[in-house]
Design a protein around this ligand. Structure first.
Ligand SMILES: C[S@@+](CC[C@H](N)C(=O)[O-])C[C@H]1O[C@@H](n2cnc3c(N)ncnc32)[C@H](O)[C@@H]1O
Length: 537
């Protein structure tokens, strides 16, 4: 049985393993796992195997509840490379803590990087895990590496975020490493109880009790790092830019600011989350090592630009103050009710009074209703039109409120695409966003121009860069569009509006860049042009 588990896990980890049972080789091998009478593992990969086995033997629900996704050895290596590039080589006799040790992958890899007596090295390693089997796996892993049983008093069973656990750990260590659980606290079996929430709120009032576990480990880990020490922890990429994590970023910047960022380009973890690793160290904030590139010091508001640098995206900053699109227009989109409420009301009618506009009918400054077919509720329509008499009464008011002059914006596209409805007769399908200018807005065309610009698209991509690493398309939610800053240079904005009315997408985009004082940013213009549908380049 053990042989089967080991083989399966080793296969998934892309590690070559052969087995010798009672000294009889049962297959040729690149590295050897000896399962002899005493159940001892040895050989190059031996110390790693208890961790592999522990992960493989987790029932799925427990794996979800505890966030058990061990870090593959190759990934640990890449992360420690970045740590050493950022904060210097890991010295022998460094004291190290992994607050969610799992199978011990990080401690083992750190130990392997230290030179000197193995028994002395392991004496400086501390481990915490809430699961006794994990702790036992990490313990046997390091004992195998050291060649002697490691003293077990430094393997602490408990919740790293609980004070009862902290009391059993040293106040400060030179290095905190690991891959803490990424448990959401919003709902479900992974949410912490009221007492634990209250304790976290009392500890970090600015962050609150609903901080997710990954963020809480980042803060608790940073508090244990000695003045000249460092920390590297794996995190979900949402820590970089999500507004929920803003207090975590602000607090970290004030204590042990971010110094390095590793980006997982390959989704190496079994969890369906894009991951990064954050290197941080006490001192003043400064530039950040992103892979091999040095990026500028981040603001606490968002670290999205770090990811942008890593991915070669152009970086622009939105001004913090000033008027936004939401201050001159009502920005809204339908949801489930609006979608289902229209299902029985859409007919194919070339002379219909109320064309239904789906995402697929919106191109930059060009409405393709009637030109190309549209799909709605699993049907194809050449001229999708809404028969107001057949609309579900529950959404009739919502539809009436949309029958005003407006700009309609497509979602899930590679650039923000907007069209103008001057008459006010069209109905937006879900998830099209409707931007309805109020009396303060200069004109519909000014609004359409603002949206049809490299400025709006680049900001949306940078925003998404921290929350959807692999997504090529951007999701233009109504809330995001409402935050779009208005240009300060009114003359340039007027020019952009004229170009938009002419349907000149390029000229419109260039003029809006100028209106935001970014005429010199040809990189931003080219980035936007390259992402546009080919017929609009
Ligand atoms: C993502 S695994 C990481 C394991 C290990 N760091 C690695 O890279 O292989 C997360 C580990 O955190 C443990 N864990 C979950 N909640 C914890 C908590 N509150 N305190 C300490 N450990 C916890 C789980 O049992 C699991 O072993």
């Amino acid at each position: 049985m053990i042989a089967a588990v080991v083989r399966r896990v080793a296969y998934e980890r892309r590690v070559d393993v052969g087995l010798i049972v009672d000294d009889v080789a049962i297959e040729p091998c690149a590295a050897v796992l000896e399962v002899s009478d005493g159940g001892v593992c040895s050989g190059e990969w031996g110390p790693w195997l208890p961790g592999f086995v522990r992960e493989a033997m987790q029932p799925a629900d427990r794996q979800r509840r505890l966030g058990v996704h061990h870090t593959p050895p190759q990934v640990v290596g890449d992360i420690l490379d970045l740590l050493e590039r950022t904060t210097g080589p890991i010295a022998a006799h460094t004291s190290v803590l992994d607050p969610a040790v799992g199978g011990g992958a990080f401690l083992l890899a750190v130990a392997e990087r230290m030179s000197g007596d193995r028994v002395g090295i392991v004496k400086n390693l501390w481990a915490v895990d809430i699961d006794p089997i994990a702790l036992a796996a990490a313990h046997s892993s390091l004992s195998l590496w050291a060649g002697v049983p490691v003293p077990s008093d430094r393997f602490v069973l408990g919740d790293f975020l609980a004070s009862s656990t902290s009391e059993r750990l040293p106040d400060r260590v030179d290095l905190v490493v690991g891959n803490p659980p990424f448990l959401s606290q919003l709902r479900g079996p992974t949410a912490r109880g009221a007492d634990a929430r209250a304790a976290l709120r009392a500890r970090w009032p600015d962050v609150g009790g609903y901080v997710d576990d990954a963020g809480a480990f980042l803060l608790a880990g940073a508090e244990r790092v000695s003045a000249r020490g460092a920390m590297v922890l794996v995190q979900p990429d949402s820590v970089l830019a999500s507004s929920d994590a803003a207090p975590v970023r602000a607090r970290l910047q004030a204590g042990a600011p971010i110094r390095g960022l590793w980006v997982d380009a390959e989704r190496s973890f079994a969890a369906s989350v894009d991951t990064v690793a954050i290197v941080s160290a006490p001192g003043k904030p400064g530039p950040v090592q992103v892979g091999w590139v040095e990026a500028a010091e981040p603001t606490a508001a968002s670290w999205g630009h770090l990811l942008a640098d890593a991915r070669g995206l152009p970086v622009i900053e939105a001004p913090n103050a000033g008027a936004t699109l939401g201050s001159i227009a009502n920005v809204t989109a339908g949801f489930r009710d609006q979608y289902y409420g229209l299902v029985d009301a859409v007919v194919d009618d070339a002379a219909g009074d109320h064309p239904l506009i789906t995402v697929g009918l919106i191109d930059p400054l060009r409405n393709r209703w009637g030109v190309v077919p549209a799909r709605f509720a699993k049907q194809r329509f050449q001229h999708p039109s809404v028969d107001l008499d057949r609309v579900d009464p529950g959404i009739a008011n919502w539809i009436q409120a949309r029958l005003v002059p407006k700009v309609l914006v497509a979602s899930q596209t590679k650039v923000i695409e907007a069209i103008v409805d001057e008459v006010g007769c069209t109905v937006p399908s879900v998830p099209v966003v409707s931007v309805e200018p109020g009396p303060e807005a200069p004109s519909l065309w000014h609004v359409a121009a603002l949206l049809t610009s490299p400025f709006a698209t680049t900001l949306a991509v940078l925003d998404a860069a921290g929350t959807a690493l692999s997504a090529d398309a951007i999701r233009v939610s109504a809330a995001r569009l409402a935050r779009l800053p208005l240009p300060l240079d009114r003359d340039a904005w007027d020019k952009a509006a004229v170009a938009a009315r002419r349907g000149d997408v390029d000229e419109c985009g260039r003029a809006i860049l100028g209106a935001h004082g970014l005429d010199h940013r040809s990189d931003v213009l080219e980035f936007w042009q390259a992402r546009r549908p080919s017929s609009f380049r």
